[in-house]
Structure formats: C-alpha cells, structure tokens
Design a protein around this ligand. Structure first.
Ligand SMILES: [Zn+2]
Length: 142
C-alpha cells in the first residue's frame, strides 16, 4: 500500500511540475492539524477516536511528502515553486476580493456575499492561492 501511494504521489507531482511553469501551494501546518486529541491524564482529550481517524486521513494524503517531492520536481523541470500563506484563501472572493466568512456556505460551496459569485469552495481557494503566488512573484521580480 505504501509503495502504491508513494508511486501515485510521485507521478502526480511529476505531471504538475512538468506541465506548469509556475506552481503555487498553500503552506499548511500539518503538525498542528494532526496533533493528537488524547490529552493528558489530568485533562483527557475529547473525541479522541474521531480525531485519530482524521489524522489517518490527513497522513494518508501525505501533504508533507507530496510538497517536498513537488518542490524537487519543479527544480528538476525548471518550474517556479511558490508556497503562500493560506490565511483567508477560503473566505476571500476570487472575483471581487470581498472577505466574508459567511461566503463559505459549507465545505464544498462558496457564494460571495458581495458580488454573488458561486463556485466550488476548493476551486475558489485555488484561484486565490494562485493569485497570491503570482502577485508575490511579480513583486519579487520587479
Ligand atoms: Zn465577490
């Protein structure tokens, strides 16, 4: 299983690096996201079982391994690799820039409370991440 997962992640990273001159990713704090909910003997954690299931899911997609490999592959293919701060990327409207927690209707849906733009929440966040990366690149190359 581990070999299949590793092979698949490498294949996807290679495809992305090979086919894009600029690759922008979110700088995620994986350690915090996967922190155990077990707690201490004095103050036991809550929902330990649910949290450990979530940890397994996060670790299964191996974001750290994936980004490390993606970065290596970008260097190999001469693509630019950029990591950006993920703050507000899921709350900002990718069309008008309006920031509102309420625009994120649920895990999958985004509807801007200002301009009415409606799209998949991940798609909206991905556009914001790309914009952040290209803006930073512009300011660095000027
Ligand atoms: Zn908007």
């Amino acid at each position: 299983m581990a070999n299949i997962k590793s092979y698949h992640l490498k294949m996807v990273a290679t495809e992305i690096a090979k086919n894009n001159s600029v690759v922008v990713v979110e700088k995620l704090k994986v350690k915090n996201m996967t922190a155990s909910a077990k707690g201490t003997t004095e103050s036991p954690g809550s929902k330990v079982k649910q949290k450990s299931g979530l940890n397994r899911k996060i670790l299964l997609t191996s974001p750290y391994f994936f980004r490390t490999f993606l970065k290596q592959k970008c260097e190999e293919f001469g693509s630019v690799y950029i990591e950006v701060n993920p703050s507000y990327t899921s709350q900002d409207c990718s069309k008008c820039g309006h920031r509102d927690k309420g625009s994120r209707l649920d895990q999958a849906h985004f509807k801007c409370s200002s301009c009415g733009l409606e799209l998949n929440a991940d798609h909206n966040a991905a556009i914001n991440i790309l914009n952040k990366g290209t803006e930073r690149r512009k300011s660095e190359t000027l």
